[in-house]
Design a protein around this ligand. Structure first.
Ligand code: DOR
Ligand code: ZN
Length: 346
């Protein structure tokens, strides 16, 4: 039985760090185990221009505690007014590693996202030309489409036409939650990859709804049926280089989660590596954890894998994590998979 695993230091290809007191609280939770992360731009107001991204990167670096190292990989929030020349300059300078597409209204702070895809065509064409990836929140927002079908419908009605209209565009379908999304990423021609979150490998919709509503399991895209979770687990543990970790760790204060209209997001930064080792061991695939968390992502982004390593040790007694972390005067609840974890990061 494997009890110690050493892998290249992981990276997180989809992370929400927020700003201010929340940034200061959650950044060390990620930097403790991860070398780099793709930083989501859905602040209020959003990170739209290269100037916004440079200023946000500086705030992140200023919030990093002494002695910790971490590299934020910045993104721009795509709006219908985004200037292709600004995007190209941000890419050329090395500041920005991806552009994020939120369909307008799809999730937290997405009001400035895209409604008319024709308006962003010049930006997408420029991105295809310069090889800058587009990270996509892949859900439709149409009222009559059931929330559990919104990813599947997006693939057919938005993603596929968008990719056909912009050949050569590098696309990352983020936080895939359905078997259809997995099949699309695995089988489509062209430059496509998919990120998978920690929590979607561990929870399905029953976890949210059976025995009372669990607000800390509510996120977007919402977790689907068990068979979809199983398809995600197969893809993540397959070693297929099109799939890699994007935790979508998305902190909200407990007051905003435990609320009549609770915010979407699971905060997994603190215990993600323990959770992933647990899942990969259950799937008999501990040997594929390094590909998923540390190798496939950098390869996709044309970056070297990290040189240093982390080790995971399987303990006899469960590893404990704080139930909550403090953020200013508020608290944020750490993701609880609902069973003990035994893998400790050393
Ligand atoms: O659960 C989510 N939380 N999904 C998203 O797409 C956004 C995120 C957030 O920013 O809170
Ligand atoms: Zn997200």
């Amino acid at each position: 039985m494997t009890t110690k695993l050493t892998i290249r230091r992981p990276d997180d290809w989809h992370l929400h760090l927020r700003d201010g007191a929340m940034l200061a609280a959650v950044l060390p939770e990620t930097a403790r185990h991860f070398a780099r992360a793709i930083i989501m731009p859905n602040l209020v107001p959003p990170v739209v221009t290269s100037g916004d991204a440079a200023a946000y990167r500086d705030r992140i670096m200023a919030a990093l505690p002494e002695g910790m190292s971490f590299e934020p990989l910045m993104t721009l929030y795509l709006t219908e007014d985004t200037d292709p020349a600004d995007v190209a300059a941000a890419h050329a300078s090395g500041l920005v590693k991806a552009v994020k597409l939120y369909p307008a209204g799809v999730t937290t702070n997405s009001a400035s996202g895209v409604t008319n895809f024709d308006k962003v065509r010049p930006v997408l064409e420029k991105m295809a030309e310069i090889g800058l990836p587009l990270c996509i929140h892949g859900e439709v927002t149409t009222d009559h489409v059931d929330i559990f079908d919104r990813e599947k419908v997006f693939l057919e009605t938005v993603l596929d036409p968008l990719r056909r209209a912009t050949p050569g565009l590098k696309v990352t379908l983020e936080h895939v939650t359905t078997a259809q999304g997995i099949d699309y990423v695995r089988e489509s021609e062209g430059d496509i990859a998919g990120t998978i979150t920690t929590h979607h490998l561990m929870i399905n919709r029953n976890h949210i709804l059976v025995g009372g509503i669990k607000p800390h399991y509510y996120c977007l895209p919402v977790a689907k049926r068990r068979e979809h979770m199983e398809a995600l687990r197969k893809a993540a543990t397959s070693g297929n280089s099109r799939f890699f970790l994007g935790t979508d760790s998305a902190p909200h204060t407990d007051a905003l989660k435990e609320n009549a209209c609770g915010c979407a997001g699971c905060f997994t930064a603190t215990n993600t590596m323990s959770c992933l080792a647990h899942v990969f061991e259950e799937e008999g695939a501990l040997d594929k954890l390094e590909a998923f968390a540390s190798l496939n992502g950098p390869a996709r982004y044309g970056l070297p894998a990290n040189k240093n390593t982390i080790s995971l040790v399987k303990e006899e007694i469960p590893v404990t994590y704080p139930e909550k972390i403090a953020a200013g005067d508020e608290t944020v609840t750490v993701f609880d998979p609902g069973h003990p974890l035994y893998w400790r990061v050393t």
